[in-house]
Design a protein around this ligand. Structure first.
Ligand code: SF4
Length: 267
């Protein structure tokens, strides 16, 4: 028998999802909730690069890195390596290539050669064959063979813990030296790659015309307690959240602190 209706009738339609819930649903699917046109974002990036965004207050910087640390206490490089030498080689191979692409080629290479002596013995031709899936593989094979010979001849087969000595190796620039000093030796260096350069300028955290200027500013403003991992937090943030073409501002943990006028959602 049908139940007798009592009291108020139930609403015929389910209530509409509130806007915040909608935005979160979109965010969980990895889409920006309200993406501004690309030309507008590019203009604000350009403005930011000329330091047109307001600077961060020290307390805001402290708070941003406190959040990065809380979200990921021990960030690591995404390159695969087993010792300082293989880290050096992996970073040299990663120039203008993705870590994923490098990691596909290096296991076979490092299984045969995980020391400068073994790499030198392997020889340029064989190295080239093993890394041929990575962009610029010819030049990189030449550099890896040459730097292995130099490490044997001048550094006792070890990777030197010195910026000058590292930068003197073929295929090694300031950024690569900074990565090796940070990841292999625990030094508080910040390697400014394309992601960190963009984040520094876009957010206003450290604006600069070139990577060196951004590196110097980051060195000055990042509190000492966070310097060891700052490099990884910023790279990972740029790689997965503050993406160049379509930043995911709606899921950004520093969205309320970021000064970029082109944010895809209001913080
Ligand atoms: S809010 Fe976050 S993701 Fe968006 S521009 Fe700023 S730092 Fe990048």
């Amino acid at each position: 028998m049908a139940k007798k209706a009592t009291g108020k009738a139930l609403p015929r339609k389910t209530a509409k999802k509130p806007p915040v819930r909608k935005a979160l649903t979109k965010a969980s699917k990895g889409r920006a909730a309200d993406v501004k046109p690309a030309d507008k974002r590019a203009k604000t990036d350009a403005k930011a690069a000329t330091a047109a965004v307001p600077p961060w207050k020290p307390a805001e910087i402290e708070e941003a890195f406190r959040r990065f640390q809380a979200a990921n206490p021990e960030p690591k490089t995404e390159l695969t390596y087993v010792n300082p030498f293989t880290l050096l080689v992996a970073v040299v191979l990663s120039a203008q290539a993705t870590d994923v692409g490098v990691n596909k080629a290096t296991p076979a290479l490092f299984a045969l050669a995980d020391t400068p002596a073994k790499m030198a013995a392997l020889g340029e031709d064989r190295i080239r064959e093993l890394i041929k899936t990575i962009g610029l593989f010819r030049t990189k094979a030449k550099n890896v063979a040459a730097l292995s010979h130099i490490l044997i001849a001048e550094h006792g087969g070890e990777v030197p813990r010195s910026r000058e000595a590292l930068e003197a190796l073929p295929g090694v620039g300031r950024k690569t030296a900074n990565v090796v000093l940070n990841c292999a030796f625990g030094e508080h260096t910040i390697a400014v790659d394309t992601h960190i350069f963009r984040i520094g300028n876009r957010t206003g955290l450290a604006t600069g015309k070139d990577p060196f200027e951004v590196e110097e500013k980051l060195e000055r403003v990042i509190p000492a307690a966070y310097k060891r991992h700052a490099h990884h937090w910023l790279i990972l943030h740029g790689r997965y959240t503050c993406i160049a073409r379509k930043p995911l501002c709606e899921k950004c943990i520093i969205g309320d602190l970021c000064k970029w006028p082109g944010k895809t959602v209001a913080a």
